[in-house]
Design a protein around this ligand. Structure first.
Ligand SMILES: Cc1cc2nc3c(=O)[nH]c(=O)nc-3n(C[C@H](O)[C@H](O)[C@H](O)COP(=O)(O)OP(=O)(O)OC[C@H]3O[C@@H](n4cnc5c(N)ncnc54)[C@H](O)[C@@H]3O)c2cc1C
Length: 442
């Protein structure tokens, strides 16, 4: 049995809507894909790839045996929100899957999604009620995956948790950044509802530092967790940056997400009928490609200053490392073109002036240094330019004290949903230790 390659809805239909692009596997596909994990003689993959240390072979064995409740119990013991990682995780685990040494890795992410969706359908996914009542109160600033994970853990440990979120709904970038075609927003709401039913309070439309001060929260709560992500996008300060058709990617993506959910009726930035240039080749850039195409862009080109990665795992990242290789997202397959080794020099009324660059590589294929190629200057026509070059590591607000903790992207810098959840779980343990030490002092 081979790994199933085609998991997306047809391009022609998926471009007509914002629903998730990935189809659900059938019961027999799930069974045969889970069995691929059992075909592995010695699954020495444990704990290597997944930051959450999901116990993958045991989960897959339970799926293969049709023991969905058992699979859910194992999965939810290490991952607070598998419905998010099961949809948007780049699946670091699959890069270190033992099957992947000489064939395609097991479809771990899709199996995870099936386990959590079955758990919701069959009612195994229930609010995680507090195990006791410690009487301590914790404020979490920021309702993204890190803040949600820390809140869910601390509530379970018996502390009263309030999450303060500046947006109208919790979920952070899951709710406002990542498009619906990767993660539909009822999935985020469904989890927030479970958390509310478990006793966690969400104070949305409340920006800490503006509507309420950190010092006020500190006086009212026994501990404070800052999980505000990395709100500041990296800019490209080249001539023409002030032109009205040059925007940050997140402003574009947030606008579409708000329109899909009905929070807003008009798009603040639209790609309809436009030639779009996306600068930056990561997840955010790819999300801009898919969103532009759905909005009816005339053409979409993605520019990347890095060289095109190899089609197969480069020698610089041997198994089980996260491989350096060309990643083609579902959005790329929907009709955009990608240009590599392109440095943007100037934004103009009609588009982007660029120069080609040449990279130097280490002996095992890792790009290290580039220089511009004289005479390679060119111009790409564009009516809309989206800057998707990551986020600046802004230090969290200056509050010190042993009762203040920082977690998620705010602590680590821009990262992944799976790492935000892992960090939330880790920080919850630290907060709990601190609170217990205080109760011992009493
Ligand atoms: C467009 C895009 C696509 C991505 N795609 C993927 C993907 O496919 N897979 C993946 O694994 N990762 C992806 N990521 C990265 C991932 O979303 C982040 O790593 C993750 O969301 C970080 O979680 P967090 O909770 O630390 O921060 P965030 O998700 O940024 O949440 C922080 C929250 O804090 C709130 N906040 C900030 N300041 C305040 C304040 N003063 N008061 C109250 N609330 C405040 C914000 O409104 C936000 O809700 C993507 C990121 C972007 C931008």
């Amino acid at each position: 049995m081979m790994r199933i390659k085609e998991i997306y809805r047809p391009v022609s239909s998926r471009l007509q809507d914002y629903s998730e692009v990935e189809r659900n596997l059938t019961a027999s596909e799930l069974n045969s894909q889970a069995k691929r994990c059992q075909d592995c003689g010695i699954p020495f993959c444990h704990g290597r790839g997944c930051p959450l240390e999901n116990v993958i072979p045991e989960i897959n064995a339970a799926v293969a045996a049709g023991e969905w409740k058992l699979a859910w119990d194992i999965l939810s013991s290490t991952n607070d929100f598998p419905e998010f990682t099961g949809r948007v995780c780049p699946a670091l685990c699959e890069a270190s899957c033992t099957q992947g040494i000489n064939t395609d890795p097991v479809m771990i992410r899709q199996l995870e999604k099936a386990v959590v969706e079955t758990a919701f359908e069959q009612g195994f996914a229930q609010p995680l009620m507090p195990l006791c009542d410690t009487g301590f109160r914790v404020a979490v600033v920021g309702g993204g995956p890190a803040g949600m994970a820390v809140a869910q853990r601390l509530n379970r440990m018996g502390h009263k948790v309030t999450v303060f979120e500046k947006n109208a709904e919790a979920g952070g970038l899951l709710r406002y950044g990542i498009p619906d075609f990767k993660l539909e927003k009822q999935i985020v709401r469904r989890r927030v509802d479970l958390m509310k039913r478990a006793g966690i309070r969400f104070e949305c439309n409340t920006e800490v530092g503006k509507d309420i001060t950190l010092e006020y929260l500190r006086k009212r709560y026994d501990a404070l967790v800052i999980a505000i992500g990395t709100p500041q996008p990296r800019d490209l300060n080249i001539p023409g940056r002030e032109l009205p058709h040059v925007h940050f990617a997140l402003d574009f993506l947030c606008g579409q997400n708000r329109v899909v959910s009905g929070e807003q009726t008009e798009l603040p930035i639209s790609a309809a009928g436009k030639r779009v240039v996306v600068i930056g080749g990561g997840d955010t850039g790819s999300d801009c490609v898919g969103t532009s195409l759905r909005q009816g862009a005339k053409a979409v080109v993605q520019l990347e200053i890095m060289p095109q990665p190899p089609e197969n795992r480069s020698g610089s990242t041997p198994w089980p490392d996260w491989p350096y290789l060309l990643r083609t997202s579902s959005s790329h397959k929907e009709g955009a073109s990608r240009l590599w080794c392109v440095g943007s020099k100037r934004f103009t009324e009609t588009g982007v002036d660029y120069v080609k660059v040449e990279w130097e590589f280490t002996p095992n294929g890792k790009p290290v240094k580039f220089k511009e190629i004289p005479g390679s200057e060119g111009h790409i026509d564009a009516d809309l330019v989206l800057l998707a070059m990551g986020f600046v590591n802004t230090p969290p607000p200056e509050v010190r004290g042993e009762d203040v903790f920082v977690c998620g992207d705010a602590a680590t810098g821009q990262s992944l949903v799976v790492r935000a959840i892992t960090d939330g779980r880790r920080v919850a343990e630290r907060v709990n230790e601190y609170l217990i030490s205080r109760s011992n002092d009493k």
